[in-house]
Design a protein around this ligand. Structure first.
Ligand code: HEC
Length: 259
């Protein structure tokens, strides 16, 4: 077809603007050497870049297998499920009183809805010609705020989980060794007197909600065991020990001797 003839102005039809009608892209041929055919030239280039990325991912998955956490343990009532990292910030949001309970609709639909809706509507909300970030303080500011919130909430969720439940994401590790318990192990009298401990660590220290303690003496010094009992650890509450200081020392001594 012929090139656009820029000097030609059609007159006579009042419905047609004499100016250039926006939204009709300029002709391809107006930019010699600066354009290329979408098919196959442009698509082929895109595909090649994508292939490089895909192969890099493949190599990465083969060389670094994704880690498996501990086997699911149905006896473990202290297990705290945690969403995957990319949903942690939404999970954390629902922990705040102003986004939970009576206001949970705000936490589920309100705040995320406004935030993600605004992202979709940016082209209409920020219609100015200016493209430089510093000249668009409102848009740039909101974007920085969202990014900061996402990073902060993700970090807060992770931090809180580690502080409360130990480093193991998804309950792996700390509560897993129940399976390795020795069924022939008989606990000493000092242990059988502690009904509350048995609730979580089992009658014969084999572990239920809490870990197996049959070889806890290998892992901790007496002082450390005493500190765990008095101050608690992870999801083990403090102050579970009932009895005199003397009995506590005996219990600590007994646990420390288990090797
Ligand atoms: C509510 C359940 C519960 C009760 C009751 C409880 N524990 Fe625990 N205990 C746990 C959990 C869970 C852990 C693992 C904590 C962690 O590593 O995050 C633990 C850890 C321990 C450890 C350290 C084990 C290790 O391998 O790290 C010792 C020692 C221990 N408990 C002793 C006791 C004694 C003694 C009592 C009674 C005075 C007791 N526990 C009562 C749940 C409990």
């Amino acid at each position: 077809m012929a090139k656009h003839d820029k000097d030609a102005t059609f007159v006579g039809d009042s419905r047609v603007s004499a100016k250039r009608i926006p939204n009709i892209s300029p002709s391809y041929s107006d930019f010699p050497g600066k354009s290329e055919a979408f098919w196959p030239n442009f698509l082929l280039k895109e595909w090649m870049v994508a292939a490089v990325g895909l192969i890099a991912f493949l190599v990465l998955t083969v060389s670094h297998e994704s880690p498996l956490t501990a086997k699911a343990n149905p006896n473990d009532t202290s297990f705290v499920p945690l969403p995957d990292w990319y949903f942690l910030f939404l999970y954390q949001l629902l922990k705040y009183p102003w986004a939970a309970g009576d206001y949970v609709i705000l936490g589920i639909l309100g705040i995320p809805g406004v935030a993600f809706g605004a992202m979709v509507l940016v082209p209409w909300l920020d219609a100015g010609k200016e493209r430089r970030p510093l000249k668009r303080p409102v848009t740039t500011g909101l974007m920085m705020l969202s990014l900061f919130s996402i990073f902060f909430l993700t970090w807060a969720a992770h931090d809180e989980h580690v502080k409360k439940h130990g480093a193991s994401h998804g309950g792996a590790g700390a509560n897993a060794p129940a399976a390795a318990a020795d069924p022939n192990f008989k606990a000493g009298d000092i242990w059988t007197a502690q009904a509350s401990c048995q609730g979580c660590h089992g009658k014969n220290l084999e572990g239920t909600a809490g870990p197996n303690l049959q070889k806890v003496g290998e892992k901790y010094k007496p002082e450390e065991i005493k500190e765990i009992i008095t101050k608690g650890k992870g999801s083990m509450p403090p102050g579970m020990f009932k009895g005199s200081d003397e009995d506590l020392n005996k219990l600590v001594e007994y646990l420390a001797s288990l090797k």
